[in-house]
Design a protein around this ligand. Structure first.
Ligand SMILES: [Ca+2]
Ligand SMILES: [Ca+2]
Ligand SMILES: [Ca+2]
Length: 234
């Protein structure tokens, strides 16, 4: 059974509430424009504190956002639009705005990404995760979006960052134009898998959305669910 199929099967179990905990799956990496800040101020979370206020997840982890932000912190440029763990808007594409019910991590105001006050931007930051105990770790997540089909607007990035060293291990651009690339399935839930390296040690995952301007912000935004860091083997 391929890793992809195994991941999809596991995710279906997760979506059905038959399994809780962790799992793994798929990706790549490339460059992204400077989005170096975003912060990792502490919130609730699992594990011991690494000393900077953020929670430390000691090993494999799965975030379904069904009871809230699961320790993730968010920073939004405009209080009218931003990252939340919620079920609004409920519908997305031909389906719902979550994979595992009832919530996903999503960037919008419950309707769209328009504020009437210009551009808006937000960063969602995971709790710290220690990769050292994980063999062939992967970051896997379900993704869906409804936004401007453009290379320069309604931008989406995923990053993997080590706060202790200030190192970006992954800066991956997910926005494309013309339905190209691995994240071209607008309105359709799909998975991404990004290989990590245990030697990176303690890392955090960041999702960043930036409208860049106030035009064509009638889309519902960006949606993520069942984000997971886990060993590569099944
Ligand atoms: Ca929302
Ligand atoms: Ca969920
Ligand atoms: Ca736009």
């Amino acid at each position: 059974m391929s890793t992809k199929i195994a991941w999809l099967m596991k995710s279906l179990l997760l979506a059905g509430g038959l399994l809780t905990g962790c799992g793994g799956g798929g990706g790549g990496s490339d460059s992204a424009p400077g989005t170096g800040d975003g912060g990792s101020s502490g919130e609730s979370g699992q594990g011991n504190s690494p000393g900077n206020g953020a929670s430390l997840v000691p090993s494999a982890v799965h975030w379904n956002f069904d009871s809230g932000l699961d320790g993730w912190t968010v920073e939004n440029s405009d209080p009218l639009v931003g990252w939340n763990a919620d079920g609004s808007p409920l519908e997305l594409g031909e389906g719902e705005s979550h994979v595992s019910a009832p919530f996903s991590l999503n960037y919008n105001n419950g309707v769209d990404i328009f504020t009437g006050k210009g551009a808006n931007k937000g960063t969602a930051v995971s709790p710290l995760v220690d990769l050292l105990s994980l063999d062939d770790p992967n970051l896997t997540f379900w993704c869906n979006f409804d936004s401007e089909d453009a290379l320069d607007y309604d931008l989406r990035w995923v990053q993997v960052y080590s706060p202790s060293s200030g190192t970006f291990h992954v800066k991956k651009t997910l926005h494309t134009t013309g339905n190209k690339g691995e994240c071209s399935n607008q309105g359709i839930w799909h998975t991404h898998q990004i290989p990590l390296e245990k030697e990176w040690g303690v890392i955090e995952v960041r999702f960043i959305f930036d409208t860049v301007d106030e035009d064509k912000n009638t889309g519902k935004g960006w949606f993520l669910d069942d984000v997971e860091i886990s060993p590569g083997s099944f």
